[in-house]
Design a protein around this ligand. Structure first.
Ligand code: KPL
Length: 318
């Protein structure tokens, strides 16, 4: 199986490194030529917390290419899978142009983004593609252009998006097996949409508050004031889900508390973005909830406020 991965951030590096280490055929498309050069020179290093031996993939085994050469994707032998690991911001900014030449190509596209809204865009851009959405709880932290920490072993669920078909489901199962051979816990699911909304809500409560207060996830549980603010975001989000007919498990509040406990020492991805002065995913997480709220006539003042607070943390030049 040949896999093309677009995006060499934390998840892209982790997937590419482990798949190549397990003997997989992977091409990794990077945003910068500098990162490609570094990967070809130094390879990929995956380290672990707690003293486990790192995985070292030599540069000679890494096929890293700049996205500016993406036209080679369809000029050469086509891949069995195109995997998108870029975040929502770059996805909306870059992919319309990058993927335009693939408009009429029948390909399998796996999307690993947080938040909501990108699957509709990808469907518009690639009407002939088979789209798959995935939800993953793998923890990955990028340390440099070539180094990533596998910070927590998670699970990945893959679901076919907007169509049904035994052939496509088998292809997803084959991909899940390939990921499993590389050491990931992966499975096919027909509940992926529910899982996406579950993750969206968890991220919409934990991520912005940890970013604004600059605290690790576990510290959200350390005071009644913090818990009450979490609860406010949670209540607003479930009222949106109720109004839109989105199904969710009624234990979701407890799940949020459990995620805070299980990842207590971790910095949320949004806090990590703020600390690195990178654009955050607030618009795609809480922003998606505000969009859904507008469509269903529900007011979500706490989400609107927290979006402004997070956006105001990174000062952009005017
Ligand atoms: O998914 C996460 C994130 O940081 O984006 C959580 C679950 C909050 C773990 O940090």
């Amino acid at each position: 199986m040949r896999i093309d991965i677009i995006g060499a951030g934390s998840l892209g590096l982790l997937l590419a490194g482990k798949l190549i280490f397990a003997g997989g055929r992977v091409r990794l498309w990077c945003r910068s030529e500098e990162q490609c050069a570094a990967l070809l020179e130094d390879g990929i290093t995956i380290s672990y917390e707690g003293g486990r031996q790192p995985i070292l993939v030599p540069g000679s085994e890494v096929e890293a290419l700049p996205m500016s050469e993406f036209s080679r994707f369809y000029a050469d032998e086509t891949a069995d899978w195109l995997v998108l690991t870029v975040k929502q911001g770059p996805l909306h900014q870059m992919l319309p142009e990058l993927l335009a030449p693939l408009r009429h190509t029948e390909l399998n596209l796996l999307c690993l983004q947080n938040g909501w809204g990108h699957m509709e865009l990808l469907r518009e851009l690639l009407p002939a593609a088979h789209l798959y959405a995935a939800v993953t709880t793998e923890g990955a932290k990028r340390e440099s252009a070539v180094r990533v920490v596998h910070a927590g072993k998670g699970q990945t669920f893959i679901g076919l998006w907007g169509e049904s078909g035994a052939v496509q489901m088998n292809q997803a199962a084959h991909l899940a097996e390939t990921l499993a051979l590389a050491g990931f816990s992966a499975a096919v699911s027909n509940q992926v949409e529910t899982m996406i909304f579950r993750k969206l809500l968890i991220n919409a409560v934990i991520n912005p508050l940890t970013a604004v207060w600059r605290i690790p996830n576990g510290e959200l549980l350390s005071s009644d004031l913090r818990l009450s603010m979490m609860r406010e975001l949670y209540e607003e989000a479930v009222s949106v889900y109720d109004a839109c007919g989105i199904s969710y498990e009624h234990s979701l509040w407890n799940d949020i508390l459990e995620v805070c406990r299980a990842t207590s020492g971790n910095l949320s991805s949004m806090l990590a973005d703020v600390l690195a002065s990178r654009e955050t995913e607030i618009g795609w997480i809480n922003g998606s909830l505000v969009e859904l709220a507008k469509q269903s006539g529900v007011d979500v003042p706490a989400h609107r406020l927290i979006i402004k607070m997070v956006e105001g943390m990174i000062v952009k030049e005017r």
